[in-house]
Write a protein that binds this ligand. Structure first.
Ligand code: MG
Length: 380
């Protein structure tokens, strides 16, 4: 169980909710990192008094250093500073809630320093799953999922006799704000429309990923790595209410699901308290009040990003990394108003056949594919 925690990406949605869990559970916060949010991280540093804080943006870090001059907290800058926070001696657990594949390097730094990893940064596994797990095995490190679906699957797998008995994983998806819409209706949707998620309050990148359903494709790849299953053994089912957070089916066709109100503080807390469970500030689930739960097959032709992820993980190597980086670029371009909603999938698809295939890879290879994929997506 966690006692001393470092949080990477502490000013984002998951980061803030993780700090809320720390307040309730009394965990000590040893390090905090963010990209450039000086005001928020200053507030957090004054409340939690960590040993270290780091901002990726060097100018913002300089500003923060001046602001925190009257405290005992040391301020670091750049990706190296974040990696130093991830490896900080006094923490036993690192919660990684960085957005995007920028979380990969710090995850590897934390693994090398033998920290338990509570992983909210799915792109770490999508971009570098093979690398992350070979390092985790080498250093004897556990990786616990924070993503709500993967926490659900992890919870459903507790007490199983062996991985052999597991027949398939049922990954639930909310369907996002555009569920039921046709491609024609999605041609002219705006960033504002895409950011209007029905059930979950999340950051902008993941909310757009949820609208394209790329998020579910990335989660399928994440599940392949976390639970050592084949992509074809994962079914995706749209569940509009976001009450069933995912399920597993065993050989005897018994299906075990995990349910709860949609609140990330449950999976965050479970990753930190595992295998124990404690009281949580989250509302109780009232099934009678919810009344009915609905399930549908995904519309794969409209939300084709899921297919691109399936294709990438089946091809293996660095294709998932390429698709992920391409999506990070296309998602950003959509949010900046540079491309239309349907163009996100079209641009991501361009990386197939245009990036080299790998069977084995290093971190440098991942970074190279990242740059190349973004370039392919940017080019007209
Ligand atoms: Mg999720």
């Amino acid at each position: 169980m966690t006692k001393n925690l470092s949080i990477l990406g502490s000013t984002g949605s998951i980061g803030k909710q993780s700090l809320d869990v720390c307040r309730k559970c009394g965990y000590k916060v040893k390090a905090l990192t963010a990209f450039s949010s000086v005001d928020e991280i200053e507030k957090q540093a004054r409340e939690f008094k960590p040993e270290l804080v780091a901002l990726v943006d060097e100018n913002a870090a300089g500003d923060l250093k001046t602001r925190l001059a009257d405290t005992d907290t040391k301020v670091l800058a750049g990706v190296d500073g974040v990696c130093e926070c991830a490896a900080l001696e006094s923490a036993d657990t690192v919660l990684n809630s960085v957005v995007g594949m920028a979380g990969l390097k710090p995850t590897l730094a934390a693994i090398k320093a033998k920290k338990k990893i509570a992983l909210a940064n799915k792109e770490t596994l999508v971009a570098g799953g093979q690398l992350v797990y070979s390092e985790a095995e080498k250093y004897g490190v556990d990786i616990l999922p924070v993503d709500s679906e993967h926490s659900a699957i992890f919870q459903c797998l507790q007490g199983r006799p062996s991985n052999k008995a597991l027949k398939k994983i049922i990954l639930t998806a909310s369907g996002g704000p555009f569920f039921g819409k046709t491609r024609d209706e999605l041609k002219n949707v705006t960033v504002e429309n895409a950011l209007n998620h029905p059930n979950w309050a999340m950051g902008a990148k993941i909310t757009v990923d949820s609208a394209t359903m790329m998020n579910k494709g990335l989660e399928l790849i994440e599940a392949v790595w976390l639970f050592k299953v084949k992509p074809e053994d994962i079914d995706i089912v749209v569940h509009r209410e976001s009450i069933v957070h995912s399920a597993v089916e065993y050989d005897d066709n018994s299906v075990i699901a995990q349910l709860g109100v949609p609140d990330m503080r449950i999976p965050i807390q479970y990753a930190l308290t595992y295998p124990e469970r404690f009281e949580s500030p989250v509302e109780e689930l009232n099934l009678a009040q919810i009344g009915k739960l609905t399930f549908y097959n995904p519309d794969y032709s409209t939300f084709s990003c899921i297919n691109l992820c399936k294709k990438a993980i089946s091809m293996g190597g660095l294709m998932p990394a390429a698709v992920n980086s391409a999506n990070e670029q296309a998602n950003l371009m959509f949010r900046k108003g540079e491309i239309g909603f349907l163009e996100i999938a079209e641009r991501v698809e361009r990386v197939f056949g245009r990036v080299p295939e790998y069977t084995d890879y290093t971190l440098d290879d991942v970074m190279e594919i990242d740059a190349l994929s973004r370039e392919i997506v940017r080019g007209d």
